[in-house]
Design a protein around this ligand. Structure first.
Ligand code: G4P
Length: 213
């Protein structure tokens, strides 16, 4: 079935958004350690609304041929991009909530889908939860996030989609750290992963991006 999308976009040429994001990373990003890039000035604390909107439009264009009924992300930094993308698809956005890991009580597991996640970047274990009310087996879900590193958050969200019986359409990611395993592992398993800036190497001296496919 053909899906018509009535949204009017500021048609940017393919590559413009990737270039704008790369330039922003180079001018404002700070390599805090071998594997952590700080981008608080536009993505993780202060938000550059124009750039984020451009990124959302790029996600929209890359997934416009797919049927998407919900956008799913994790709190906190994924929410802004997810909302802007959801607005374009005209679908609801769900953000998984994080809580300290604990054994789900019976009452909790009746109400929530849950997944245990370990964050290598933050060296902590947490549980992500989504209320069963908001995710159905009929849903086709696009996952959106600001960063993709080891893929732990994405895998947690996918576990929750499986519990709900929902279909995964793919992942839209702003910045992928290509030297960590998440993105390539997900692609190898056949998942459509669209990352707008893939960093292959980074040191305090510089950042090297993966060439476009
Ligand atoms: P993974 O899901 O891909 O395995 O990543 P990991 O658990 O290691 O990352 C945990 C959190 O850290 C995620 O944020 C992720 O977006 C963020 N993150 C990962 N690498 C970087 C990085 O190099 N720079 C920055 N700024 N963030 C990074 P989160 O748990 O969603 O937390 P929040 O910051 O959105 O609240």
């Amino acid at each position: 079935m053909a899906i018509t999308k009535p949204v009017a976009l500021n048609q940017t040429k393919k590559g413009d958004t990737m270039e704008a994001l790369r330039r922003k990373i180079l001018s404002e990003g700070r390599v805090a350690s071998d594997d952590v890039l700080k981008v608080d000035s536009f993505l993780n604390h202060q938000l550059d609304t124009v750039l984020l909107n451009q990124i959302a439009e790029e996600f929209y264009q890359r997934f416009a041929s797919e049927q998407v009924t919900k956008i799913v992300t994790v709190e906190a930094s994924g929410i802004a991009l997810a909302v802007l993308t959801g607005r374009l698809f005209e679908v609801p956005v769900i953000f998984a909530k994080k809580q300290p890991q604990q054994k789900a009580s019976d009452c909790q597991s009746e109400t929530f889908y849950t997944a245990d996640v370990y964050s290598y970047t933050k060296a902590c274990q947490y549980q992500m939860v989504i209320a069963k009310d908001y995710l159905q087996a009929t849903d086709c879900v696009l996952l959106i996030d600001d960063f993709l590193a080891n893929g732990e958050a994405a895998t947690g969200l996918m576990t929750i989609l499986e519990q709900a019986g929902a279909k995964l359409v793919g992942l839209g990611i702003a910045i992928e750290k290509g030297f960590q395993k998440g993105g390539d592992q997900l692609r190898r398993s056949g998942i459509k992963v669209e990352s707008l800036a893939i960093i292959d190497r980074m040191t305090k001296e510089g950042i090297v991006f993966r060439e476009n496919d």
